[in-house]
Design a binder for this molecule. Structure first.
Ligand SMILES: *Cc1c(COP(=O)(O)O)cnc(C)c1O
Length: 388
């Protein structure tokens, strides 16, 4: 069947407005086009204040932020780093950059995020082998916080530093506290598809001010404080430019509105399909509030009569972008042979989420008509097999 001529509805497209333009115009007017400049510092201080962290450094990407956090924690050859398996590859690639070995931890049904049970098993075994990981990277998928209390407690008990990959979860909270502020480090991404964007960019936050200062130095080609160009350590060109930081400052102002918009999109989908037998929406822990970056649900074909791929195909025919849940890292050819700890002996939760999950268009700039179009296609697909 031919793909519809109708306007394309994206999974999550950038949503920029007047405030961002005002900041960018200021960057032009003051000729701060060069990297660094007042907007970079302004953006860092504003993110610190927004999430409640003592220090922040603006970087060229979330991936760069994770790379430098791992370097700071001295992860390298001969070491392991634990990481959520259900995530985008950028959560795990930096482990390879530093020469360490990833060990993947499954999800749990209540959050779709890191299973504390699997993490505990992995830590116990590592300890008994005398090979505790250099860090645990916990991912907050689709803007939904992992169950942080048991994860933080386990990391403290075993003395392993925790890094939060909060690339998708800026503005989310767990028991009133901001996602990204529970571990040694938290990182955010401002890539084009995220809830707020600078077209590309990232931020690393921490309460350890000296750590962030050191990372800022590495990210700026490790330039020693001397008038001449002097370097005593390996550095990177990882800083965010002033002009992108200007966009970020404008986006931060509207972040709460963007969260409201995405949550309301989730609610619309949930109202319509939440009771359909076989469909299970991504949960939200009590006392936590996700930013609902993407609305995701799983569909059991035995019950609902259609598969997630059927739905995606139908949506695509109507020029609507939908995606599967991230393919788990332990199933990726890149990480073949890496150790993996499933939720329990009998089931791997992330495999099931991947096989049966779908992410729906969730952009904060979607119109009511866009949303109706998506809902209508799904309804039609379901109606063919069930009476909803
Ligand atoms: C987007 C994303 C990243 C990477 O961020 P970039 O800014 O694109 O480098 C890392 N982890 C997760 C879970 C992401 O979704």
């Amino acid at each position: 069947m031919a793909v519809s001529e109708r306007k394309k509805i994206y999974l999550s497209s950038p949503h920029l407005g007047d405030v961002e333009m005002k900041y960018v115009q200021d960057a032009f007017a003051t000729n701060w086009i060069a990297p660094l400049g007042p907007h970079v510092e302004g953006f860092e201080r504003e993110v610190e204040r927004y999430v409640g962290a003592r220090a922040a450094v603006a970087l060229s990407s979330g991936t760069a932020a994770l790379h430098l956090a791992l370097r700071y924690l001295n992860a390298g050859p001969g070491h392991t780093v634990f990481c959520s398996t259900l995530t985008f590859v950028a959560s795990a690639n930096p482990i390879l950059y530093v020469g360490a070995k990833p060990v993947f931890i499954d999800s749990e049904p209540d959050t779709w995020n890191m299973s504390p049970t699997a993490l505990e098993r992995a830590l116990q075994e590592a300890k008994s082998r005398g090979n505790l990981p250099k860090a645990v990277i916990v991912v907050h998928l689709y803007g939904q916080s992992a169950d942080m209390d048991p994860i933080v407690e386990l990391c403290e008990t075993y003395g392993v530093p925790l890094i939060e990959d909060a690339a998708e979860s800026i503005g989310a909270t767990y028991k009133g506290r901001s996602s990204g502020t529970f571990g040694h480090f938290g990182l955010f991404s401002f890539n084009g598809n995220k809830i707020i964007t600078t077209s590309g960019g990232g931020m690393l936050v921490s309460d350890k001010v000296e750590a962030i200062d050191k990372i800022r130095y590495w990210a700026t080609q490790a330039r020693d404080p001397a008038r001449h160009y002097q370097h005593s350590e390996i550095g990177y060109n990882y800083r965010l430019s002033n002009i992108l930081a200007a966009i970020g400052r404008g986006q931060l102002v509207v972040l709460n509105d963007r969260i409201e918009a995405r949550r309301s999109i989730f609610d619309s989908y949930h109202q319509r399909f939440g009771k359909v037998p076989g469909i299970t929406f991504m949960p939200e822990l009590p006392e936590s509030r996700g930013n609902r970056w993407l609305t995701a649900f799983t569909i059991d074909p035995e019950v609902a009569g259609v598969t997630a791929s059927d739905l995606m195909e139908r949506l695509e025919q109507d020029n609507i972008e939908a995606r599967p849940i991230w393919k788990p890292m332990h199933l990726q050819p890149l990480f073949q042979g890496c150790t993996y700890y499933p939720h329990n002996e009998v089931e791997s939760i992330s495999d099931r989420l991947f096989e049966s999950g779908i992410c729906l268009p969730s952009g904060s700039n979607m119109t009511d008509e866009d949303l109706d179009r998506v809902v209508h296609v799904i309804e039609k697909c379901l109606k063919k097999v069930t009476l909803i």
